[in-house]
Ligand binder design. Sequence first.
Ligand code: HEC
Length: 140
Amino acid sequence: MNLFIKKIIFTSLILLFFIYTIVVYTIGTSNDAGLNLLNEQSKKGKLLFQKYNCIACHQLYGLGGYMGPDLTNIISQKNKGPIYAKAFLSNGTVRMPNYELKENEMNELIAYLDYLDKTGVSPVKYFNINYSGTISQHKK
Ligand code: HEC
């Protein structure tokens, strides 16, 4: 192989490296649909979720404590939803503490649960394997 061809291969590899890097750092990280859904109310709910340490007993996206159920999709689950969730928040149960939450705190927590529901699925039962090898999940 003569030097000219080697130089062409070398330069195109360098070029491809830069194009790939630019694509990964720009497009590759820009499709977080969840960020747009995190509004003021759900942000406050997230802080409350952390303050009351709900994760000690509950899982989000499958991770957390295992005393209570996973809360990722509680808002869209059959026979559950915002009113159902509110009942637990306002009364607690034998095993779940009653935090004496104010009305707006409950609504903020529910807004956060709604945000979680729109951004993920847990457990992942139904998914497609994309041409690029990545996996996209869906509820059914
Ligand atoms: C000490 C453990 C514990 C903590 C902390 C806790 N929970 Fe729970 N939670 C439970 C348990 C256990 C259940 C299931 C009902 C039962 O068995 O009493 C539950 C049920 C729920 C449910 C209904 C879930 C379903 O699918 O039926 C919701 C919603 C909920 N909790 C939200 C929260 C939120 C929000 C927080 C934080 C403010 C929280 N929990 C903190 C233990 C806990």
